[in-house]
Design a protein. Structure first.
Length: 117
């Protein structure tokens, strides 16, 4: 919901600012999604992996950040079904391959499960 409201504000401000607000919004959203993928999602996947696949829950993560996790760490996506993304990514410290599944559920919650690939 927060993303939709901020996008609407950026579109409304695009007319008097000749589109500059849209460019700033796209840049800010990309940076936020990249931060979420490289800091929040990888840490949650590693925590789940260390706890033998116990689900980790994170709040406020956009769907755009989910595939960025695999791009940032040299992994690959096995299945992308919109709100559910599954793939393989190397563990950042040990290099072991982890199978990571991320599912968006109600209440803007993201379930992250990391298991041995």
């Amino acid at each position: 919901m927060k993303t939709k409201v901020l996008t609407l504000i950026a579109v409304l401000l695009a007319i008097p600012t000749y589109g500059i607000s849209l460019i700033i919004w796209i840049f800010a959203k990309y940076k936020y999604d990249k931060f979420s993928a490289t800091r929040v999602l990888i840490n949650a996947a590693v925590m789940s992996y260390q706890r033998d696949g116990e689900n980790e829950v994170r709040y406020g993560i956009n769907n755009a950040a989910l595939p960025m996790l695999f791009d940032a760490f040299g992994g690959w996506i096995i299945a992308d079904m919109g709100s559910v993304v599954s793939g393989v990514v190397p563990h950042p410290r040990t290099g072991e391959m982890m199978h990571v599944t991320m599912s968006q559920i109600s209440g803007n919650r993201l379930l992250i499960k990391g298991t041995r690939a």
